[in-house]
Write a protein that binds this ligand. Structure first.
Ligand SMILES: [Fe+2]
Length: 78
């Protein structure tokens, strides 16, 4: 669940950034991304409640997975 939490945290940051830009430009796209945010927020919150946040292994895993997720997103945006 720490992995899911890490992925969802990064994904949510990017999706929320997108809605900031879409809000005044494309209402349909804004609504679509907003619906995705709701789903991803549920995944994020469920994951957060289901791992030991004090675990050193979880903390290390979150850092590695967050960096990898950020890299994949940036690569995908090229
Ligand atoms: Fe998800």
């Amino acid at each position: 669940m720490a992995t899911t939490y890490a992925v969802e945290t990064v994904v949510l940051q990017h999706l929320k950034h997108q809605t900031d830009h879409l809000n005044d430009i494309d209402k349909d796209a804004f609504d679509c991304v907003s619906a995705i945010i709701e789903d991803e927020q549920e995944h994020h919150d469920h994951a957060f409640e289901n791992f030991d946040q004090n675990s050193l292994m979880a903390k290390a895993l979150i850092k590695v997975v967050s960096l990898c997720t950020e890299g994949v997103i940036r690569f995908g945006m090229r």
